[in-house]
Structures are given as structure tokens and as C-alpha cells.
Design a protein around this ligand. Structure first.
Ligand code: SF4
Length: 64
């Protein structure tokens, strides 16, 4: 199973990934970065869409 990983240096806190998949991603209001809150939920939605929508390519999928 692939798991989304966020590169915090690249994330600009746009919130697009959270909009697409709020079960997996959440935005931290303190540092305005996206975090993976439940990586095992990515079976229920297409994290590939979050990868595609991220404007800075901060999201990658790791593992199998
Ligand atoms: S879509 Fe990319 S830049 Fe936007 S909040 Fe998510 S990880 Fe950060």
C-alpha cells in the first residue's frame, strides 16, 4: 500500500490536498503546513489526485 508523504519544505499550505481528501490530510494552523493525519485512509480516496493537485509537488507516495 502506498502512503502519502509531505515535504514540509515544499508545502505552501494552500489546502488543496485537504479539500480533496480531508480524511487523510489536515492543515496545521500553527505552521500552515499539511500533515498526514491518517495515512491508512488513502484506500478510500485517490491520493493520486492530491499528488496531482499539489502546486508545489510536495506530496509523494511512498512504499507499496
Ligand atoms: S496541496 Fe501541497 S502545498 Fe497545498 S497544502 Fe497540500 S501539501 Fe501543501
Amino acid at each position: 500500500m502506498k502512503k502519502p508523504v509531505i515535504d514540509f519544505d515544499e508545502c505552501v499550505g494552500c489546502g488543496s490536498c485537504v479539500e480533496i481528501c480531508p480524511e487523510v490530510f489536515e492543515l496545521n494552523e500553527d505552521d500552515n503546513k499539511a500533515y498526514v493525519r491518517a495515512e491508512d485512509k488513502c484506500d478510500t480516496c485517490d491520493c493520486g489526485e492530491a499528488v496531482d493537485v499539489c502546486p508545489t509537488e510536495a506530496i509523494t507516495l511512498a512504499g507499496e
